[in-house]
Ligand binder design. Structure first.
Ligand code: CAA
Length: 293
């Protein structure tokens, strides 16, 4: 089976990045969101990120324009998926929203289409069960920023067929990504490690083991992480982090996955990280400055 047309559901941080790399790899893309302003914002980000490549002489402005032209912004779900060979969903991590969306998409997408979710934690098997094609359902987990990060974590649900895995591996390689294949389990492979690691850094700050800045400096310079864990927490979004922590805790029933109370308090305050202008750092000035705890 050859994939030519890809529908990306969601034009947010992950959705626009996925649409960008798919169009750059030559696929015809429809990017769908529920309001025009979300589509506009998605296109703006894609153009800005392609502009980085133009500035550095890696592509011409004409090439960047041609990539954008391969993406059609769409509001209507039926129009987005009716001729798709592959649907990649990157809508908010709300279980019921994902289940309802997949049920609807299953009725609208062609029979041959593969359905892939970019969820960072929700069960692939549970979403697949909403469709009449669980063997064609799979997890395709990208990382932020999508155009830069090399990995696609491919997740097999209980019923995912070998053929679906093969096609998705091939598509991911065509996007210039490396892949790992994991069997479904809460947090898959990456977040199972990342989320407890970031949480441990938050516990350390909460217990005054080190300041926010020093904790970041220690891990950045001591472990060669590109960002310290608290900067990374702000980058991922504290709400997302809390959501995944609570999900891991609920699924495993193991206290090692519990979320730090400081993280919960900050989410309740609306300090969601970089996107909110405030998280472990305040982003209102020239340089991010650590907040007072
Ligand atoms: N889109 C496109 N390109 C981007 C970009 C973006 N949003 N952000 C940065 N880049 C490019 C830059 O143009 C630059 O390209 P060149 O090297 O070709 O010049 C390159 O990336 C490096 O960028 P910068 O020099 O501006 O900055 P940096 O060296 O500090 O790198 C970073 C920025 C790539 C984000 C780096 O800090 C990093 O890798 N951070 C960790 C990111 C990470 O861990 N992501 C995973 C989060 S977890 C997740 O996504 C999954 C989940 O389920 C929670």
């Amino acid at each position: 089976m050859e994939i030519k047309r890809i529908a990306v559901l969601g034009a947010g941080q992950m959705g626009n990045g996925i649409a960008h790399v798919c169009a750059q790899a030559g696929f015809e893309v429809k990017m769908r969101d529920i309001e025009q302003r979300f589509l506009d914002r998605g296109f703006e980000t894609i153009k800005k990120n392609l502009g980085r490549g133009v500035k550095k002489g890696r592509m011409t402005q004409e090439e960047a324009d041609a990539i954008v032209a391969r993406i059609e912004g769409v509001l209507d779900l039926k129009r987005a998926v009716e001729d798709a060979d592959l649907v990649i969903e990157a809508i908010p991590e709300i279980v019921q929203l994902k289940l309802d969306t997949w049920k609807e998409v299953d009725g609208l997408a062609p029979e041959h289409a593969i359905l892939a979710s970019n969820t960072s934690s929700i069960s692939i098997t549970q979403m697949a069960a909403m469709t009449k094609r669980p063997e064609k359902f799979i997890g395709m987990h990208f990382f932020n920023p999508v155009p830069v990060m090399k990995l696609v974590e491919i997740i097999r649900g209980a019923a995912t067929s070998d053929e679906t895995v093969r096609v998705i591996e091939d598509v991911s390689h065509r996007l210039g990504k490396e892949t790992v294949i994991v069997n479904e389990a809460p947090g898959f492979a990456v977040n199972r490690l990342l989320v407890p690691a970031i949480n441990e850094a938050i516990f350390a700050v909460q217990e005054h083991v080190a300041t926010i800045e020093d904790m970041d400096k220690a891990i950045k310079l001591g472990l060669n992480w590109p960002m310290g864990p608290l900067t990374l927490a702000d980058f991922v979004g504290l709400d997302t982090l809390l959501y995944i922590s609570d999900y891991l805790f609920d699924e495993f029933k193991d206290p090692k996955y519990r979320a730090p109370s400081l993280l919960r308090k900050m989410v309740r305050a609306g300090w969601l990280g970089r996107k909110a202008g405030r998280g472990f750092y305040d982003y209102s000035g020239e340089q991010p400055t650590p907040i007072k705890l």
